[in-house]
Write a protein that binds this ligand. Structure first.
Ligand SMILES: NC(=O)c1ccc[n+]([C@@H]2O[C@H](COP(=O)([O-])OP(=O)(O)OC[C@H]3O[C@@H](n4cnc5c(N)ncnc54)[C@H](O)[C@@H]3O)[C@@H](O)[C@H]2O)c1
Length: 262
């Protein structure tokens, strides 16, 4: 069955790669991002890659009204949406004593409340249309383990919330034929890892991360966003028809391994 999917945070990184994987399969793809221009560029590329239809818009996942309007406009442009990937997210780190309430609220608002609003809007739209569907959220290893480098309390709490939400939402939505799952990307080479950096600084950070990945991740490297996108697209597809409330960990073995060498 050909899918019609909507992706939040689809202008960059894992969301963008998910749009491209869906486009390669000839699916219809709607791309939402706070940054409307990046969403538009990703949509143009998805069209070139073979998407059956494309549509994009600027939309902030923390704005309930914007999301509802965007889902409505996407359905009008693409046909009824039956798959959603909630990839919009931010990471802002600080040691706990210096974690401001403002930063804490912002990270929780985008990553957790944004995921809730996206899934709720999708569920309402699917129920109104009387259609089954599949929703993929994006969690993180930090939902399950503390990062050795620390400073990750807000992001980790937001992703722990996403993982708990995925299980709860899967139970609520199963009677409506709506599956809810999460991908768990490990370190994935996207702009999120280099936020605020450019030029030599960006290249130096990339080299540092590649070196760290080679030493610490069992598969010896970071993920390419397309590797996470293929997992997300599998969960969206009917090949995953009996999978709900689950986590598909794509982390190169990161969480399988203890950092302790004794
Ligand atoms: N890159 C990694 O190593 C990694 C690892 C685990 C989980 N993740 C998660 O994967 C998801 C995608 O991250 P990425 O690495 O592709 O990052 P990215 O920065 O490349 O992409 C995130 C996108 O989300 C958009 N966005 C941010 N806030 C938004 C908002 N309020 N409303 C709408 N769009 C918004 C950004 O504009 C951007 O296009 C995030 O949820 C992130 O937490 C990333």
């Amino acid at each position: 069955m050909t899918r019609t999917i909507l992706i939040t945070g689809g202008g960059s990184g894992i969301g963008r790669a998910t749009a491209f994987e869906a486009a390669r399969r000839g699916w219809a793809v709607g791309i939402l991002d706070r940054d409307g221009e990046s969403a538009e560029r990703a949509a143009a590329e998805a069209r070139r890659m073979g998407a059956r239809r494309v549509w994009s818009a600027a939309s902030d996942v923390t704005d309930e009204r914007e999301l509802v309007d965007a889902f409505g406009a996407a359905s009008t442009a693409l046909g009824p949406v039956d798959g959603v990937t909630a990839s919009a997210g931010i990471e802002v780190n600080a040691p706990l004593p210096r974690m401001s309430l403002d930063t804490w609220r912002r990270v929780l608002d985008v990553n957790l409340t944004g995921t809730f609003l996206t899934v709720r809007t999708a569920a309402q739209a699917l129920q109104d249309a009387g259609r089954p569907g599949s929703v993929v959220c994006v969690s993180s290893p930090s939902a399950f383990v503390g990062f050795a480098g620390g400073s990750n309390s807000a992001y980790g709490a937001s992703k722990g919330g996403v993982s708990a939400f995925v299980r709860a939402a899967a139970i609520d939505l199963a009677p409506h034929g709506i599956r809810v799952n999460a991908v768990v990307p490990g370190a994935t080479d996207t702009p999120m890892l280099y936020f605020g950096l450019d030029g030599d600084e960006l290249e130096a950070e990339r080299a540092r991360l590649r070196d760290a990945a080679a030493r610490q991740i069992p598969l010896g490297r970071m993920a390419d966003p397309a590797e996470i996108a293929r997992a997300a697209v599998w969960l969206l597809s009917d090949d995953a028809s009996y999978v709900t409330g689950s986590h598909l960990v794509c982390d190169g073995g990161l969480t399988a391994k203890s950092a302790n060498d004794f």
